[in-house]
Design a protein around this ligand. Structure first.
Ligand SMILES: [Zn+2]
Ligand SMILES: [Zn+2]
Length: 327
């Protein structure tokens, strides 16, 4: 069991004591024996940790994990260095506490690796990250963290159990991602979870995107108009693949079409913020006016935004789209 820091009620007194301990250490420096020097620094090292962890005075934050959480909550969506967590927690095993906060308690704390991998994959996400965190995401280090969502996610602990079982399967990263998304339809999940699922293989970002752009699964991020989603989170909006001929639309084109159509169905004007549990309209899809396989282009003028109901109506031959075509 590692040493737990002690609360220092009066920090100025603690600092006086710290100076005494350092003076004592300095006197011991002249000794030839290395071990004696090391041992004489320990009381000061302990007291320094005690002082750091006593900067949080709230009585409900006396444990290391509670102090780390309080620190993240005080500075949400801010890049926090591991060294800060070492000071505020007063323990050497702060990284394990961060993991517990994430996995057991459902706090969306992203690590530097996740930020790096998200931004390497997608320049739009990189730009959004830069704006959000105020730093170039390529310079973020492994031992830096940020709390990206201020509410606790109460289902997270259950999802981490799911993750552990899917992660062990002998299937491709893409299949693991799809299985995980389909087990959590409509539930936003974090990039941190997906990176873990992929055993930290960088391809998770590209594969998640391909599920949308190549395979037609509605895996959405804030870049696709889901501005309610925190950065680096993903949601499979519906357990349905879009029509074969409407797949393989590059993200840049998808966003261009959605923006042109103001993120609304061209037939009924439905937008995602109108979603309601009694309404069969659940998501927006893109439809090729002239089918891609028949030579229709994959560019914006040949694409339309439709809600799933009107998309189905068209393909069932119940709807004439002529009045809704772009001018
Ligand atoms: Zn519609
Ligand atoms: Zn279609």
């Amino acid at each position: 069991m590692s040493r737990q820091p002690k609360f220092v009620r009066n920090i100025p007194n603690g600092l006086d004591r710290l100076k005494e301990l350092l003076d004592e250490f300095e006197r011991n420096l002249s000794q030839p024996d290395l071990r004696k020097k090391v041992l004489s620094l320990i009381p000061a090292a302990h007291l320094l940790r005690d002082v750091g962890s006593s900067l949080v005075t709230r009585k409900d934050a006396r444990g290391a994990r509670a102090r780390i959480l309080l620190y993240f909550q005080k500075y949400p969506v801010t890049l926090i260095d591991g060294d800060e967590l070492m000071v505020i927690s007063g323990i050497g095993e702060w990284a394990r506490r961060v993991r517990e906060l994430r996995v057991q308690d459902g706090w969306w704390i992203y690590s530097g690796n996740t930020f790096q991998q998200i931004s390497e994959d997608d320049p739009r996400q990189a730009a959004a990250l830069k704006e959000l965190l105020g730093v170039d995401p390529r310079t973020i280090k492994t031992h830096q963290y940020a709390l990206v969502r201020t509410q606790q996610d109460r289902d997270a602990a259950f999802r981490w159990l799911q993750l552990n079982s899917i992660r062990k399967k002998k299937i491709s990263v893409k299949d693991k991602l799809l299985e995980y998304f389909r087990a959590n339809v409509g539930q936003p999940v974090t990039g941190e979870e997906l990176r873990y699922l992929a055993n930290n293989k960088r391809e998770w970002t590209r594969r998640s995107r391909e599920l949308r752009t190549e395979n037609g699964w509605p895996v959405m991020t804030m870049q696709q108009g889901r501005t309610d989603l925190p950065i680096g989170s993903y949601v499979l909006e519906e357990d349905r693949q879009t029509y074969e001929h409407d797949r393989k639309i590059p993200d840049a084109v998808r966003v261009e079409v959605l923006e042109r159509d103001q993120f609304a169905c061209r037939v009924c004007g439905w937008t995602r913020d109108k979603a309601h549990k009694d309404d069969p309209r659940r998501l927006l899809e893109l439809h090729h006016i002239e089918e891609h396989v028949k030579g229709g282009s994959n560019k914006a003028p040949n694409l339309l935004t439709l809600c799933n109901v009107h998309h189905d109506d068209f393909h069932a031959g119940r709807l004439d789209l002529t009045p809704n075509l772009p001018q």
